[in-house]
Design a protein. Structure first.
Length: 212
């Protein structure tokens, strides 16, 4: 089974920038938002000529890319950025449709990609990036979780499909990952990280995972 990571956070919290330390030679970057990456020099690292960067939010295309990556032994890391881009485009493409089927399809597509990633070869790391939302319940309890489209995905709780969920935060130029729940769905296996907050360096996270 591949190792999967979910990185969530608000816009501007350093989610994409945290991927800057990955090796482009062994990484496939799937840009569902089609907005490019967020550090200087990324275009020289990730591009169509290098065959390591694809702009798409089409579920079937991403599924095929994952299948191909599973057979490409030189690839060690796959990034899907963001799940929300995939969900939003799917919703908008079928915005005029009435009925429940489109929501079932959306949920099934997202859930299916995560399940597929979890079953890929053992030496792969698959990183899904998503936006977060902070909600307050009737009792006044505030909680930060992944933002999803449709109630079915909310009921599934996508974080439950990952053993590692990192909450990206940015404040006054300092960017970190929250590694355990502090009114959030952040979590990591017991003993992987001693600190509740770590530098937002995804390569360091992967190193800890491989040594765990």
């Amino acid at each position: 089974m591949a190792k999967t990571i979910l990185v969530i956070g608000e816009s501007g919290s350093g989610k994409t920038t945290a991927m800057r330390t990955l090796d482009p030679k062994s990484t496939l970057y799937i840009d569902c938002d089609r907005k490019g990456l967020s550090w200087k020099g990324w275009k020289a690292q990730y591009n169509s000529a290098n065959k390591n960067y694809v702009k798409t939010s089409d579920h079937e295309t991403i599924r095929k890319l994952l299948l191909q990556a599973n057979e490409a032994k030189q690839l060690k890391t796959i990034v899907v950025d963001t799940l929300n881009g995939l969900m939003l485009d799917s919703e908008m493409e079928r915005a005029r449709e009435k009925g429940y089927d489109k929501w079932v399809d959306l949920s099934s597509n997202v859930y299916g990609l995560i399940q597929m990633a979890n079953m890929m070869r053992d030496d792969l790391i698959v990183i899904f990036i998503g936006h977060s939302e902070t909600v307050t319940d009737d009792a006044g309890y505030t909680h930060t979780r992944m933002k999803t489209n449709g109630r079915k995905l909310e009921k599934i709780v996508l974080e439950s499909k990952f053993s590692t969920v990192l909450l990206a935060k940015g404040n006054n130029g300092q960017y970190i990952f929250e590694t355990r729940a502090q009114n959030s769905t952040a979590k990591t296996p017991l003993g992987m990280f001693e600190a509740p907050e770590i530098e937002n360096d995804i390569s360091m996270v992967i190193k800890n995972m491989e040594e765990f």
